[in-house]
Design a protein around this ligand. Structure first.
Ligand SMILES: Cc1cc2nc3c(=O)[nH]c(=O)nc-3n(C[C@H](O)[C@H](O)[C@H](O)COP(=O)(O)OP(=O)(O)OC[C@H]3O[C@@H](n4cnc5c(N)ncnc54)[C@H](O)[C@@H]3O)c2cc1C
Length: 383
């Protein structure tokens, strides 16, 4: 069915058609990075959708940006390789000075500068972000950073990284969310000069790393916004990120259903297509219903965000519903394929691994439930 985004859908689909299943399968098998695909997306301007026109982007809304992410996943690709380039710049756009925006955004829009990484998570504190231990101490015209991060994605395919660190010790702040700041880190000037990057082998072909900071010096001018307000700035960006990831899950969900329905129509066992059995049909019908419902919440979140209205609850609910629906669809698709679901050449097992991530990152399902319980239902805080 066509919708008002059909032009964007057609454009992204045409680009994705140049990168068939075999391309992504090969990249996955080699644990490589889809350089050619990301270059093509960048050249076509799709990753600069959210950058205002005055800084060289196309100034589109979140709804349009989410269609781009959805279509990549719906065509069999994995936006996780490059989605950071679309939304990490939001922190800079909202909280950077005019000089910082002029310095970085036009380069990010053309792809000459890649801002694909955002370093928040730490190994010893996990989801309890306000307890993070990485510190940045002001010394004259520099900040000196010490500490450790984990699971920081796309660092090896990025020129810049957003870093969240404590500038005032936890013991000295009134509220636990105070005293953290964000910096823009030039990776070319820091890796090997106080920053060590160690890749983490993982279940998905997702480039992610441990980072070790040992007296890393960052120019004070790389502080974004006001010192001490970094946690709030990071939170400001999460609604866009969650909604875009919801759209990726929806793209995955439709991919799984399309593939499963096709296979169920073609595969003959007991002299009839397996799709004739209601035991095969119903899980697919159920997953489809759930994807459609998640899709409505995704568009609700986009509508509120693009109207500059509060959308924390809707963005979180969209992410929750979409990640759950894509996972149900993945399971149903794999089951429909029987043994062949496990064969790499069908791509089901690859997409199955890719979509599973979104129940955990960038926010785990429990933390979304906790947000809704406390912020929407007014239940007491549990942490
Ligand atoms: C492939 C990948 C890429 C990632 N990329 C990035 C990145 O680029 N940048 C970045 O900063 N981070 C990144 N992350 C980290 C990701 O955001 C975290 O893994 C995630 O937020 C969960 O944190 P954790 O792993 O420390 O889990 P933990 O905080 O240790 O939690 C473990 C489990 O316990 C549950 N739990 C914890 N506390 C509670 C509670 N109070 N109530 C109920 N349940 C609870 C959680 O929901 C989770 O299921 C990435 C992770 C992965 C796997």
């Amino acid at each position: 069915m066509n919708d008002r985004f059909q032009d964007i859908r057609d454009g992204v689909r045409a680009l994705c058609a140049q990168f068939p299943d075999a391309y992504f399968r090969k990249v996955d098998e080699a644990r490589g990075y889809p350089d050619e695909f990301v270059d093509a997306l960048t050249k076509a301007g799709w990753l600069a959708a959210l950058i205002p026109q005055e800084y060289g982007g196309s100034g589109l809304g979140l709804a349009e940006a989410s269609i781009i992410m959805e279509e990549i996943n719906r065509c069999g690709g994995n936006s996780g390789a490059c989605h950071g380039q679309m939304y990490n710049m939001g922190t800079l756009l909202r909280h950077g000075s005019e000089a910082q925006k002029r310095k970085y955004l036009p380069g990010i829009a053309t792809g000459a500068l890649r801002l694909q990484s955002m370093a928040v998570t730490e190994p010893t504190t996990g989801t309890d972000t306000t307890k993070l231990k990485t510190s940045a101490q002001r010394k004259g015209d520099r900040y000196v950073v010490n500490g450790q991060k984990v699971w920081i994605s796309r660092v090896q395919h990025s020129d810049l990284m957003i870093l969240l660190a404590r500038t005032t010790p936890f013991a000295e702040v009134k509220r636990k969310s105070d005293g953290m700041s964000i910096f823009i880190v030039d990776l070319h000037h820091t890796i090997g000069k106080g920053l060590v990057v160690r890749p983490i082998a993982n279940m998905v072909n997702h480039e992610t790393n441990e980072l070790f900071f040992d007296s890393l010096e960052i120019p004070a001018e790389n502080l974004l916004g006001e010192e001490g307000k970094g946690f709030k700035y990071i939170l400001d960006g999460l609604n866009a990120e969650r909604t875009l990831i919801a759209a990726e899950c929806i793209g995955d969900g439709y991919w799984f259903i399309d593939r499963a329905a096709k296979y169920a129509n073609e595969r003959i066992v007991f002299d009839r297509p397996i799709g004739k059995n209601q035991g095969v049909q119903f899980p697919l019908a159920e997953a489809y219903i759930e994807i459609e419902a998640a899709n409505l919440m995704r568009f609700r979140a986009c509508e509120l965000f693009d109207s500059h209205l509060q959308c924390g609850a809707e963005a979180n609910m969209a992410k929750y519903l979409a990640a759950k629906a894509s996972w149900e669809a993945a399971n149903a698709c794999l089951q429909t394929h029987g043994g062949f679901g496990f064969a790499s050449e069908y791509d089901v097992e690859r997409k199955f691994r890719e979509t599973r991530l979104y129940q955990v990152a960038p926010i785990s399902t429990n933390l979304i439930l906790s947000y809704i319980a406390e912020h929407v239902l007014g239940l007491p805080r549990s942490f």
